[in-house]
Design a protein. Structure first.
Length: 323
């Protein structure tokens, strides 16, 4: 395979619904197209397994860097997924059973010849909230439990805590709970479904108002030298852009680089080629492996080509596999 003959598939949410000026998947598709790679488009419902073979209905895709008429799709064609040199998995959470079933199909496709980014087995292993527990030296006080009693004790031990589900994104169902909050019990009951599902509690980090909730992007274990710091909107405690936050780019600090050195090699070994770390102050709060964002914002502010860097890393992986 030469560099211009790559067939590049993407599994994503409907491309008609994205905001192309800020969508990171779109940035990667533009970068792949700029290399002359052939783009093939899939949604989750386009995948299946037949007699042990990973299959997909794919459509040829053209992308244009503009805010209207940004894509064109051709007619669908059924094919073995092994006919795709690369499959980019960019389906957004929730990380539910349908997502897990999809990861099995992608893992089968990988065994049959496709390079899947990120590694589907590692997508299952590295839950975006739980996986940070493998790096406690990088994290503030954190609790993962079903126990309402433990959550309430954790809240009493801190002036303020953050409670969040383990399968969400974009700030959905995140609660900030003060030590004396009269709603703490009902929030814990709701998130744990009365003790039937695991929930995360974290020490609240007030630095979010000063230095923001920083998204640090790593490509094959190496950090992009700038982070996108996201700041809560007036009257909000969440910095997520999806929750109305604002943002600005910042160079990585010495502490940011240290966190990246603690985790980068492990990510690379797991085949997690593109990852977003969330860092508030001195502490990592999440490891985003499913569909990290913020490429377009950082590209625009610092004249970067993060999508191009990702394609370079993918090309290097392809060369290794065929070398």
């Amino acid at each position: 395979m030469n560099g211009n003959s790559v067939v590049f598939g993407v599994v994503m949410d409907p491309i008609a619904d994205i905001k192309p000026y800020k969508d990171s998947t779109f940035a990667m598709l533009l970068a792949a197209s700029a290399r002359g790679w052939t783009l093939r488009y899939m949604e989750q419902s386009d995948l299946w397994v037949e007699n042990g073979k990973a299959m997909a209905r794919t459509r040829p895709l053209e992308v244009r860097d503009q805010t209207t008429d940004w894509f064109a799709l051709g007619d669908g064609e059924e094919m073995p997924m092994a006919d795709l040199d690369v499959v980019l998995m960019r389906k957004d959470p929730p990380f539910d059973m349908e997502y897990i079933y999809t990861s099995y199909i992608l893992e089968l496709a990988q065994e049959q010849g496709s390079l899947v980014i990120n590694n589907p087995a590692s997508l299952r292993d590295a839950n975006e909230k739980v996986y940070m527990s493998w790096f406690p030296q990088c994290c503030a006080d954190t609790l993962i439990t079903r126990s309402i009693t433990r959550i309430k004790a954790f809240a009493r031990a801190h002036e303020k805590i953050v409670l969040k589900p383990l399968d969400g994104m974009g700030g959905k169902s995140i609660f900030i709970v003060a030590r004396d909050d009269p709603n703490s019990s009902v929030i814990a009951e709701t998130l744990t479904d009365f003790g039937r599902q695991f929930t995360m509690a974290q020490q609240f980090l007030p630095e979010i108002s000063e230095t923001g909730d920083k998204r640090i992007l790593l490509i094959d274990g190496e950090p992009v030298p700038y982070a996108l710091a996201r700041f809560p909107a007036e009257g909000e405690a969440r910095g997520n852009l999806a929750a109305g936050g604002s943002s600005r780019g910042l160079p990585l600090t010495e502490r940011d680089y240290w966190i990246c050195t603690q985790i980068g090699q492990a990510l690379k070994e797991k085949g997690l080629l593109f990852v977003g770390l969330d860092v508030i102050g001195d502490y990592m709060t999440e490891i985003n492996v499913t569909s990290p964002t913020c490429i377009r914002e950082l590209d625009a502010e610092f004249e970067l080509d993060i999508g191009g860097q990702i394609m370079d890393a993918i090309q290097a992986r392809l060369t290794e596999e065929t070398g």
